[in-house]
Design a protein around this ligand. Structure first.
Ligand code: SAM
Length: 290
């Protein structure tokens, strides 16, 4: 991508990305009202839900449907409208668009067409879940939704096992009774939190070890929307891997990057010194090992 500076204040076509309430209408901000009121069109993941939301705050606008399955064509239409001088904002059903929601292709299309983007801040499930979990929040990894199939989900969980930062997952309520036991099995002894029905009447933070949460979700069918926040790997929980495991990881990294970068990535992954990994690389170089 060539260097380009897009200043929102300097005029020209601009798409607003607007965050919407995740349950509590009181979180509609003054800026949200001002922006949507000023638009010619509202593009939305679900036009029915978004028109209900706007109805509640007394705003009526023409809608453009832009969801996972028509994002490419819909975003071309939005580009044309913006280039013709119309004002457009995009919103998903709840929280920020793009965050486990459609909108990424739309924004890419704007950037490719020289159209500016401005984000109207607002609610999301990610930060309240993380902040209220009681787990470390200075560094975290946002995963979003795990794959729905057990095998792929478990593979992903194994790939996250050595991550030391807090991990945030979104999950559908009907899958929670499978996901949390899989986390307890694969990620082992860790603290975690289920943040449920955030900003709504039945808001609840359920904290415990993964095993305790696993027992709970198997005894009780938890209802409502949920975020799972999991403690990162504890230092003592990370065994130093054996040489074949390190070599295997090196081989994978070497397909993508230089030996220097590959050894750095492997060292970070296993909590080792870069020099130690580099020695292993040198010892095995040319032996068909790495
Ligand atoms: N874009 C949204 C955001 O910014 O948070 C997320 C949309 S994603 C399709 C929906 C998931 O977000 C739910 O399955 C749940 O994990 C989480 N979520 C949304 N609203 C929530 C709420 N009120 N309480 C807890 N989790 C919520």
């Amino acid at each position: 991508m060539a260097l380009r500076r897009d200043a929102s204040f300097s005029g020209g076509p601009l798409l607003y990305l607007v965050a919407t309430p995740i349950g509590n209408l009181g979180e509609v901000s003054d800026r949200f009202r001002e922006v949507v009121q000023d638009m010619d069109y509202i593009a939305a993941e679900d036009t029915r839900n978004s028109s209900l939301l706007l109805q509640k705050i007394g705003v009526k606008k023409p809608f453009i449907s832009c969801h996972e399955h028509n994002e490419e064509e819909a975003s071309d239409k939005i580009v044309s409208l913006l280039l013709a001088g119309k004002k457009v904002a995009y919103m998903s059903d709840a929280g920020y668009p793009l965050l486990s929601d459609p909108g990424a292709r739309l924004v890419r299309n704007m950037v490719q067409n020289g159209i500016k983007v401005s984000v109207v801040n607002g609610p999301s499930a990610l930060l309240p879940a993380l902040l209220g979990s009681g787990l470390m929040s200075d560094r975290f990894f946002f995963y979003g939704f795990l794959p729905p199939r057990a095998r792929e989900r478990e593979k992903e969980l194994r790939s996250l096992k050595s991550l030391r930062t807090t991990i945030v997952f979104y999950e559908a309520p009907h899958r929670i009774a499978d996901t949390i036991p899989a986390m307890a099995r694969i990620l082992g002894k860790r603290d975690a939190c289920i943040a449920r029905e955030l900003t709504k009447v039945h808001e609840e933070y359920i904290r415990g070890t993964l095993q305790e949460l696993s027992d709970l979700v198997q005894q009780e069918a938890l209802k409502g929307e949920m975020v799972i926040v999991v403690e990162g790997a504890r230092e003592e929980a990370l065994p130093i891997p054996d040489e074949p495991t390190i070599l295997e990881a090196l081989r994978e990294e070497l397909l993508r990057q230089s030996p220097g970068h590959a050894t750095k990535a492997v060292a970070e992954r296993f909590g080792m010194k870069k020099g130690e990994v580099y020695d292993i690389y040198l010892r095995n170089k040319g032996k068909g090992g790495a």
